[in-house]
Design a protein. Structure first.
Length: 296
């Protein structure tokens, strides 16, 4: 759903760079840094629509030691618009209400390197999931869930850029939010990626963990100002034809300013600009994220 959701970066293999030894193409089925304020605060029973927007740009490719790989003319530009539908049901379990959701991303991706370039647009990989939302107080909320990322996006192993990963990813997740219109606001979301094998390449990306975070202060007038970002760590090595791939783990950290406006009547918008650093075996760039509720 982000600029890297479908980014397999076949150029990493074609150019023989260190990224051939990373999660396949150096990307992920999870849109790193996607979430912001209110991530753990699932709305009360009803049907809801959220909109996500992302613009990502990178002109740096890092190896397993975090050093830049000198690829002439390397650049990644992507824009994503995604619709997330949520059915927060009235049915209870373990003190919370059961929730179903789906995410459909539209991706516009351009990759350039070494005099070659490719531009792809279309539907990315769709996410379907089930969760349990618990509200302990007006301030403290949590969400426990299980998502499935499906290989619906376009993919060809000979492409320079792909907007699909070509394999299923199972994502257990846990999120929590503390909300105070006139005080501290804090959010964390932990997402684990268990990646299946890409049948076209016989390659299996290692398992990963992502932490989306935000911290800010409510000004009492609907606005919250603070910082947000993400942490990405690959937990296990990749496998190529059943054998472990050495030096294949990806990691990254992102941070930047983050804001929220909530009108107190069900409409809100969040925005953050995060710059990536300490990146290993992937692209290093800057991402703008927007999230809003869509009243209807």
């Amino acid at each position: 759903m982000n600029a890297l959701r479908g980014l397999t970066l076949s150029l990493a293999f074609a150019l023989g760079t260190g990224l051939a030894h990373a999660t396949e193409g150096g990307g992920s089925a999870y849109p790193r840094g996607v979430e912001n304020y209110l991530v753990g605060a699932v709305p009360p029973p009803g049907f809801y629509v959220l909109g996500y927007g992302n613009a990502y740009s990178a002109d740096r490719l890092n190896d397993q030691d975090g050093n830049q790989i000198p690829v002439p003319g390397f650049k990644v530009q992507a824009a994503v618009a995604a619709v997330r539908t949520i059915w927060s049901t009235p049915y209870q379990a373990l003190g919370g209400n059961i929730v179903f959701h789906g995410i459909a991303p539209l991706v516009d991706l351009k990759v350039s390197a070494a005099g070659a370039s490719q531009h792809k647009t279309g539907l990315g990989d769709v996410t379907l999931g089930i969760g349990l939302a618990t509200h302990y107080s007006q301030q403290f909320h949590t969400a426990l869930g299980l998502d499935f990322v499906l290989p619906t996006g376009g993919y060809d192993k000979t492409n320079l850029a792909n907007i699909g990963r070509n394999y299923v990813t199972v994502q257990p997740l846990y999120a929590l939010s503390w909300i105070d219109p006139k005080g501290f606001n804090g959010d964390l979301k932990f997402t684990f990626n268990f990646n299946r094998r890409n049948k076209d390449t016989d390659y299996r990306s290692g398992n990963e963990v992502f932490v989306d975070y935000s911290a800010g202060w409510g000004l009492g007038n609907g606005w919250t100002l603070g910082v947000g970002g993400h942490l990405w760590r690959q937990l296990t090595s990749d496998e190529n034809a059943g054998a472990d791939v050495a030096d294949s783990k990806v990691s990254a950290f992102g941070i930047g300013p983050s804001i929220k406006y909530d009108n107190g009547q069900g409409w809100f918008i969040t925005a953050k600009l995060q710059k990536e650093t300490a990146v290993r075996n992937s692209t290093q760039g800057t991402a703008l994220w927007l999230k809003t509720s869509i009243p209807f």
